[in-house]
Design a binder for this molecule. Structure first.
Ligand code: HSE
Length: 432
């Protein structure tokens, strides 16, 4: 074994960074044996230097992250700060000063992955980011390496633990959205401002990264269609239950049947209880991958948290250090297909539409005609008279597969019918 240690600069020492430092220290001998050289924590860049950080030599702590990555003797920079800046500038500087980079930064990778990969390649360095998607779950490297000989056609994932916790709570207790969110906040699953999670921004960044890697193309954050899950109601869950389904916030990346384009989207959807993703409970994540040769694969585990995320970071650190010792680099950017990303209107799926209608002769025929006029084929219809005696009924229509554009046209026309008092909910049905 080489005795000269590989030097690691840690940028950020919060929930994830402190776990990275802890594991580097407590597992030092094993890491050295697996890599073939010791790894040394050479510096830790933080915002608040006065905070006591157990197990970290205060002499390593600095507030000058730029100076740390510019030192010139750093082999690997581990970035666990998050956000776009200063993370982007620091990673860029790290590459320019001879370091490889391990990052957990989904927002940055989704927005600027192409430029960062290009710079890494130009400098002959590694850029690894297993922790950016679904925490501890090995997913990026399986897609980049294990499945590199296959053709991935679809990635369907629960990639946000906070929203899965909330939806699972609504499903299992009948709670409304706000009540379930309050519990998620009290238990520390949801942030004080839960917008990034509940509005699907976090999942959309992960979808962009997954789609790009899975289909060897460029998918940016702006290419991902996004709907949050704040409008999902207890009534939607009751309806899903009647259909033998549950509701999940899904990140869905698909290659078109003709192979000429891809789509990426995040939205709540009904999935059958028989689908493996339906059994993903609490704050867990899972990603279901469909490929030509392997068939169906499911990756499951904790998608967030200090130690689980640090596990993914450490795995990357070992891989990057091994590459460094052998004078090689790992897989770089593989966006060679340059497939266009189709707009949401071209996505084809099934829909569950809940309407409040007048309960009188001819209404069902009127509604069915609107679907027919827009080329949307109805699979099932369920009508339920209201108990309030107001001459209204709930009509639940489930369609066969139709394009999002046709469905939107249908809903617009339905809203214009005098007999349709309201469109209570529209939800896509996936995983069938
Ligand atoms: N906030 C995310 C989640 C974890 O709830 O899954 C970090 O991406």
């Amino acid at each position: 074994m080489r005795t000269r240690p590989l030097k690691v600069a840690l940028l950020g020492c919060g929930v994830v960074g402190s776990e990275v430092a802890r594991i580097m220290t407590t597992h030092a001998d094993d890491l050295a044996a697996r890599i073939g050289a010791p790894v040394e924590l050479a510096g830790v860049a933080v915002r608040r230097p006065s905070k006591v950080r157990e197990g970290i030599d205060p002499a390593l702590v600095t507030t000058d992250a730029t100076a740390l990555v510019k030192r010139g003797d750093i082999d690997v920079v581990v970035e666990v700060i998050g956000g776009i800046e200063p993370a982007r500038a620091l990673i860029t500087t790290a590459f320019e000063h001879g370091a490889s980079v391990v990052s957990a930064n989904k927002a940055l990778l989704a927005q600027d992955g192409a430029a960062l990969h290009a710079l890494a390649e130009e400098q002959g360095k590694d850029l690894y980011y297993e922790a950016a998607v679904a925490g501890a779950i090995p997913l990026i490297r399986p897609l980049r390496e294990s499945l590199a000989g296959d053709k991935v056609n679809r990635v369907l994932g629960i990639v946000n633990g906070t929203t899965n916790f909330i939806l699972d709570k609504m499903d299992s207790t009948g709670a409304g959205y706000q009540e379930a969110l309050d519990e998620a906040t009290a238990l520390g699953y949801a942030e004080a401002d839960p917008t990034a999670d509940v509005e699907g921004f976090d999942a959309a960044a992960k979808a962009a990264i997954l789609a790009g890697i899975a289909f060897h193309t460029r998918v940016r954050l702006d290419d991902v269609y996004r709907e949050g899950m704040t409008e999902v109601t207890a009534a939607d869950f009751a309806s899903a239950t009647r259909m033998g389904c549950t509701i999940k916030l899904l990140a869905i990346c698909e290659r078109a049947a003709d192979g000429g384009s891809v789509t990426a989207r995040v939205h709540p959807a009904m999935i059958p209880l028989s689908h493996p993703l339906a059994s993903v409970r609490g704050a867990y994540n899972a990603v279901f991958v469909e490929s030509d040769a392997a068939g169906q694969l499911m990756f499951y585990g904790p998608g967030a948290g200090g130690a689980p995320t640090a596990s993914a970071v450490l795995g990357d650190l070992v891989a990057v250090c091994r590459n460094k010792l052998s004078g090689a680099t790992g897989p770089g950017d593989s966006a060679y297909t340059q497939l266009p990303v189709s707009p949401m209107g071209e996505v084809v799926t099934r829909y569950h539409i809940s309407l409040d209608v007048a309960d009188k002769p001819g209404v069902l025929a009127q509604v069915a005609t609107v679907f027919a006029e827009h080329g949307v084929s109805i699979d099932t219809v369920r009508q339920q008279g209201r108990q309030d005696g107001g001459g209204e009924a709930s009509l639940v229509v489930v369609t066969h597969r139709a394009s999002d554009a046709s469905l939107n046209g249908t809903v617009e026309a339905l809203r214009n019918l005098d007999t349709v008092r309201g469109v209570a909910s529209i939800m896509r049905v996936e995983g069938e």
